[in-house]
Design a protein around this ligand. Structure first.
Ligand code: HEC
Ligand code: HEC
Ligand code: HEC
Length: 95
């Protein structure tokens, strides 16, 4: 019984994590942050971003483009070294 309970708990938790990996966040001006491309495709673990850079809550962290120009938030990585630089506006802003 105990084993079955633990197994279902593990399955349940993996389902939650998997669901979040598919979770997209929609920002202003056509920017979409996709968990999937970051965690699945580029293998960035949750704890790199949470909660050092971003709270685990959509729009829970207040930031503006001015912060990105200073190398904060998305630009911790989007600096032309770890990922494409902030000057490539259209790679984030799709419209
Ligand atoms: C590359 C950075 C990054 C990684 C890696 C990352 N996240 Fe996120 N996550 C974000 C951002 C950005 C937000 C939105 C924060 C905001 O808008 O203030 C977010 C939001 C969330 C939210 C809140 C969603 C909502 O609708 O409120 C959850 C839950 C979450 N992430 C879970 C995870 C889990 C679980 C993992 C690992 C599988 C993970 N994140 C990996 C950047 C990341
Ligand atoms: C922990 C590092 C990290 C953080 C923080 C991060 N990214 Fe990324 N991002 C990457 C990497 C690595 C790639 C893939 C390499 C590349 O395309 O240059 C990527 C790719 C992308 C892409 C192209 C693939 C896609 O999903 O369409 C977009 C758009 C993007 N990031 C937007 C964002 C936004 C918006 C934020 C902030 C809310 C953010 N990223 C924060 C590391 C990060
Ligand atoms: C790594 C992804 C990314 C790149 C590259 C990027 N932006 Fe943004 N930008 C964002 C995000 C995310 C927001 C939404 C912030 C918010 O919620 O206020 C934003 C918001 C904005 C806004 C709304 C007002 C503000 O100050 O927040 C403007 C204007 C803007 N960006 C212009 C630009 C220009 C111009 C460039 C190129 C020089 C650029 N962005 C490159 C992610 C990016």
């Amino acid at each position: 019984m105990k084993k079955i309970f633990l197994l279902s708990l593990i399955l349940f938790l993996s389902a939650i994590i998997y669901a979040h990996e598919k979770h997209d966040i929609f920002y202003k001006k056509g920017v979409v942050f996709k968990h999937s491309t970051h965690t699945l495709k580029n293998k960035i673990s949750c704890n790199i971003c949470h909660s050092k850079i971003f709270k685990k809550k959509a729009y829970g962290t207040k930031f503006k483009m001015a912060d990105l120009y200073q190398g904060k938030y998305c630009a911790v990585c989007h600096n032309g070294k770890k990922a494409f630089a902030v000057k490539n506006c259209q790679r984030c802003h799709k419209k």
